[in-house]
Design a protein around this ligand. Structure first.
Ligand SMILES: [Zn+2]
Ligand SMILES: [Zn+2]
Length: 336
């Protein structure tokens, strides 16, 4: 039997690199040889067992690579094509799919979340999930198309108004992509809060007007609050706090993924009295094309967001350790 190497999560807190069967492409599928796959907060959730992932699972949903083998019935793709892959797998038949709301699919699946993913040498994916990587785009950049397409989706939900003042909690990779997006989207001033100095330095480099290590001083500098407040941490105590900085008529965007049963307290009187809009943003919805274009044209950059590249063998150990608070995105390169 043909095999490949992959990082397999066998149960909560159990991950190792093993020889597993090579993923022979089914009908309508291609096998992608993985060149770069980003480590994401979701991977930590899956390892900890607080996501609805089945085990054993090969995680990895932010990836790029080349087409390696083509399954039956696939047209328009050639071996060697450089690609980014939309991990979303919608059923196409449920109420939401048939209402153009695939990210709400009642049978929602995603490569690397509920199906085997790309922390592996190879991954089988539906051909309809493939997007060509532009010629000038590296595989490393290609690994950012998925997270950026989540940001594009969020921006379309947010409908920023030209000149808005924006506050972002969290200067991780997503916070820093959101920062660039709101700056290009018309924000007149963006403040970013995080506890890690290196992340705040990255935020400044990317154009944040003000950065804060915690919320001290924020109220004093912005007594009327912000037009837009965004959580990109998923941390319930931070989320509860962000409402304090929402001004009158503010939009409040919950972008970060909080633990499933977390609760925060918010004043319904404030929601009413201040004309607030509270928005969610679930993953992405056919936003790969704009994300690719934003990266291709340098409207959004990913270069400063990569802390380091590691091998497949280094990945289980990296994911098992508590995350270094100064780490931004780490990319796994199975063939490097
Ligand atoms: Zn992700
Ligand atoms: Zn569906």
């Amino acid at each position: 039997m043909r095999t490949m190497r992959a990082a397999v999560i066998e149960g909560p807190h159990k991950i190792s690199v093993k020889e597993v069967p090579y993923p022979t492409p089914g009908s309508g599928e291609v096998v992608v040889k993985v060149e770069a796959c980003g480590v994401c907060g979701t991977d930590y959730h899956i390892l900890e067992g607080d996501f609805l992932s089945p085990y054993p699972l090969i995680p990895g949903h932010e990836f790029s690579g080349t087409v390696y083998e083509i399954g039956e019935g696939v047209e328009g793709w050639n071996v060697g094509d450089r690609v980014a892959v939309d991990p979303s797998v919608y059923c196409g038949k449920c109420y939401y799919c048939l209402n153009n709301q695939g990210n709400m699919c009642q049978n929602w699946n995603a490569i690397g979340v509920t199906m085997n993913g790309a922390f592996a040498e190879y991954v089988a994916v539906p051909a309809k999930n493939l997007y060509h990587l532009p010629e000038n785009m590296s595989f490393q950049e290609g690994a950012y198309v998925e997270p950026l397409s989540c940001v594009v989706y969020a921006m379309r939900r947010l409908k920023i108004r030209f000149g808005d003042k924006v506050l972002i909690f969290g200067a991780g990779p997503m916070g820093l992509l959101l920062l660039q997006a709101v700056l290009k989207g018309g924000a007149s001033e963006v403040a970013v809060v995080d506890l890690a100095e290196e992340k705040l330095a990255a935020a400044q480099k990317l154009g944040a007007h003000k950065t804060f290590a915690g919320t001290a001083g924020l109220k004093e500098q912005y007594p009327l609050g912000f037009d837009i407040v965004i959580d990109a941490t998923g941390v319930p105590s931070v989320i509860e706090k962000m409402f304090e900085f929402a001004g009158n008529k503010a939009k409040i965007l919950q972008f970060g993924c909080a633990p499933k049963d977390a609760k925060v307290s918010v004043s319904p009187f404030d929601i009413y009295n201040k004309d607030w809009e509270i928005l969610g943003s679930m993953a992405l919805l056919f936003t790969f094309h704009p994300a690719l274009n934003l990266l291709k044209n340098g409207v959004v950059t990913s270069g400063v967001l990569t802390t380091k590249e590691i091998s497949l063998d280094e990945f289980p150990d990296y994911l098992s350790k508590p995350k270094d608070k100064n780490d931004l995105k780490v990319l796994v390169r199975p063939w490097k």
